[in-house]
Design a protein around this ligand. Structure first.
Ligand SMILES: [Zn+2]
Length: 305
């Protein structure tokens, strides 16, 4: 028997209570059978992902009651070689360059103190430092965080947004592929806002929920026996639309909010890079296209007044 689930009655973005089932997230944590048996007990369970009828945001109908479920699920003992390969991998470079240019355009040259929340192996920090930013990181995993610090020469704080408390001293805070993983995303944005000095900017990149859903459905139609996976093991808990992301930032007091199509990742091998670029360019540049399935990712900015 697993430790059960705790229902969530209201939308994390708008507090609405009309939540309709979209699809099911399945749990398969059997690889933790030895390392963490209570976690592995969730294998075979499923939970509905529900969509808010008011704001369009989607989230789980319930969360595992097991204490520290997410920390335990992410407690992977990554090898040194894997961490190094993540630091050297180029697949996210277009995303990182896009985030840095978006922040550069919004801040004067003398405001370059940047915090990367979820610094991972430090590749973004390295790119930021090359571009002239005084970049630091915040990373939950002590091993990747230590690697990021050693590889970049930057300060990488160990912890998460709920434990890290510095006061408003950064000019920019970046959350790239982070916010979709943490329950109660507005609490994360609230903490991130607290890290910013007045006039500082947040940059948030997340997958576009409806577009990713459609992509998975199309894939399932094309490939026999393919099951759409969007939230298995609750790896993704937050499924934003462009307007739900703008609303979450607005509710947390950010101003001058913009949401555009986010730059894609480019796999190091294969021919899909051209296709991704062909989809991204109109999604970014055609008015209104951010609200279509062409926008597979969302990039948002907001200012702390
Ligand atoms: Zn809502």
């Amino acid at each position: 028997m697993n430790a059960g689930f705790t229902p969530i009655a209201r939308c994390w973005v708008c507090d609405g209570d009309r939540l309709a089932p979209l699809h099911d997230a399945l749990f398969d944590l059997h690889e933790y059978a030895t390392q963490d048996p209570p976690l592995a007990e969730y294998t075979g369970a499923s939970i509905a992902i529900v969509r808010c009828r008011v704001c369009g945001f989607a989230q789980p109908a319930a969360l595992p009651s097991l204490p520290r479920y997410f920390d335990r699920m992410y407690d992977q003992r990554w090898s040194d070689d894997w961490i190094r390969s993540e630091h050297e991998a180029t697949y996210k470079d277009a995303v990182f360059a896009d985030v840095l240019s978006g922040l550069d355009a919004r801040l004067p040259r003398d405001r370059r103190r940047l915090l990367d929340v979820g610094a991972h192996a430090g590749r973004f920090i390295a790119a930021a430092r090359r571009a002239g930013w005084n970049a630091e990181g915040l990373e939950l995993n002590p091993k990747t965080g230590a690697f990021a610090a050693a590889a970049t020469g930057a300060i990488v704080h160990q912890g998460n947004v709920h434990t890290f408390d510095v006061g408003g001293r950064y000019d920019a805070v970046a959350l790239t592929d982070v916010l979709e993983h943490i329950p109660e995303p507005r609490a994360v944005l609230r903490r991130a806002r607290g890290y910013l000095a007045p006039g500082g900017w947040i940059a948030v990149k997340v997958p576009n929920g409806p577009a990713q859903r459609l992509k998975e459905r199309v894939r399932a139609l094309v490939r026999r026996k393919y099951r759409p996976t969007l939230a298995d093991n609750l790896v993704h808990v937050n499924h934003f639309t462009p307007s739900a992301l703008a609303r979450a930032l607005d509710r947390e007091g950010f101003s001058d909010i913009t949401v555009v199509a986010g730059a894609p990742e480019f796999p190091e091998r294969g021919s899909s890079a051209r296709v991704r670029q062909l989809v991204f360019l109109p999604a970014r540049h055609v008015p209104g296209a951010v609200h279509t399935p062409l926008a597979l990712n969302l990039q948002a900015y907001g200012r702390r007044d």
